[in-house]
Unconditional design. Structure first.
Length: 383
């Protein structure tokens, strides 16, 4: 006679756990690709007038073609004008270009302090207009289309367009931090799955009420149906609060790992700075990016530098690693100070995040199981 309970538990397991977790992995993969795409943009040179002049000279002297691929570039600028329904002019400091949104979405970075989830992907069809002067970062393939420079989607590389309201310097770190969901479990698939699961559970409960079954069976099925809200009642609420706290802490460690690794992207990732006091890497737009280990007990730091986001020990006793551009005006090459070996800090943050995520999952399970068992015990005691 426990088949109805098994059915209720199966519905809860499928629609409250399996499908939302599958959606969480999908959302996590989408934002992982976004962060990877952001990193790839930092390897593209800034678009300059000489690049367009060289492409135009090639177009005139080469085969007759209305569309010529120039290469991969980045452009920081502001919206100058809308062109039709799918294109905008972006005016940079030295050069302007069109952006073709025919197959591209717009990412909108929220103003204010950088945090996880502070960016939204908006299909272009849902964007009614962009105000003149809106700051835009666009990166990807550039074409000369009938003599006009156009950023457009390419089969080999998706176009990335971000609107933002903050300084160009530090933008890449903000995008990496924002391009991580605050909680992957709560996604579009979760909302749909919870609605379907509760509907099916309600139908099952109506069926069980009409059947001549033991009250305990109906009660166990009912408790399985309301699993999503069980964790929000005491005493399991304490475990749920612990779960939320642990999840946020794990998220901070994952963000710390991302940001500590960010300045390492120009260098060979051998996993250690042992025996290395200084290293240089060429930047795509010219100049160098320098890694320099500062002596312990240094009395001052370079002006305008940014410290590691988390876990940086205070005082003069720490060893600092400086990342700084030389002879470069590329905003992606940020001046960054990290306390300690960034490779070691990244590995430590990764380990801590993994352990805390596991503890958070246990806390959430404890919240549900505790309230499920206690609710049934209280019902048996009263009735």
């Amino acid at each position: 006679m426990l088949y109805p309970v098994y059915m209720a538990l199966a519905i809860a397991f499928l629609f409250y756990l399996v499908i939302p977790i599958a959606g969480a992995f999908k959302a996590r993969g989408q934002w992982r690709r976004f962060r990877k795409r952001v990193l790839e943009l930092s390897y593209h040179p800034l678009l300059r007038y000489r690049d367009l002049a060289a492409a135009e000279a090639y177009r005139r002297g080469g085969p007759v073609s209305p569309r010529v691929r120039v290469g991969r570039f980045r452009l920081y600028g502001k919206v100058e004008a809308m062109v039709g329904k799918e294109k905008i002019w972006v005016r940079g400091r030295r050069v302007s270009a069109l952006v073709d949104f025919a197959h591209t979405a717009l990412f909108v970075l929220e103003a204010g302090e950088s945090r996880a989830g502070a960016i939204e992907r908006m299909p272009w069809r849902s964007v009614s207009s962009l105000e003149e002067g809106t700051k835009i970062l666009v990166g990807g393939s550039l074409f000369l289309d009938h003599g006009e420079p156009v950023f457009a989607d390419d089969p080999d590389e998706a176009l990335l367009v971000v609107s933002y309201d903050r300084d160009d310097e530090g933008l890449f770190a903000d995008l990496i931090a924002a391009g991580r969901p605050a909680n992957e479990y709560w996604n579009s698939a979760t909302r749909i799955s919870l609605a379907i699961g509760m509907t099916l559970s309600s139908v099952l409960l109506v069926y069980l009420v009409a059947r001549d079954l033991f009250p305990s069976v109906r009660t166990l099925a009912f408790l399985a149906a309301i699993t999503p809200v069980l964790a929000l009642s005491p005493p399991g609420l304490g475990f749920f609060i612990l779960y939320r706290s642990l999840w946020r802490r794990a998220l901070l460690f994952r963000m710390e790992r991302d940001l500590v690794e960010l300045p390492l992207r120009y260098f060979s990732r051998n996993g250690s700075l042992a025996g290395l006091s200084e290293a240089r890497a060429g930047l795509p737009s010219g100049g160098s990016y320098v890694l320099r280990r500062l002596p312990k007990g240094g009395s001052s730091l370079p002006s305008g530098s940014i410290r590691g986001m988390l876990g940086a020990p205070e005082g003069r006793g720490a060893e600092w690693v400086l990342f700084a551009p030389e002879d470069s005006d590329d905003p992606a090459a940020e001046t960054v100070i990290v306390a300690g070996d960034p490779y070691a800090l990244a590995r430590a943050a990764d380990r801590k995040a993994l352990i805390i995520v596991f503890a958070a999952a246990l806390a959430f399970a404890a919240a549900v199981v505790t309230n499920y068992v206690l609710a049934f015990i209280v019902w048996r005691t009263i009735f």
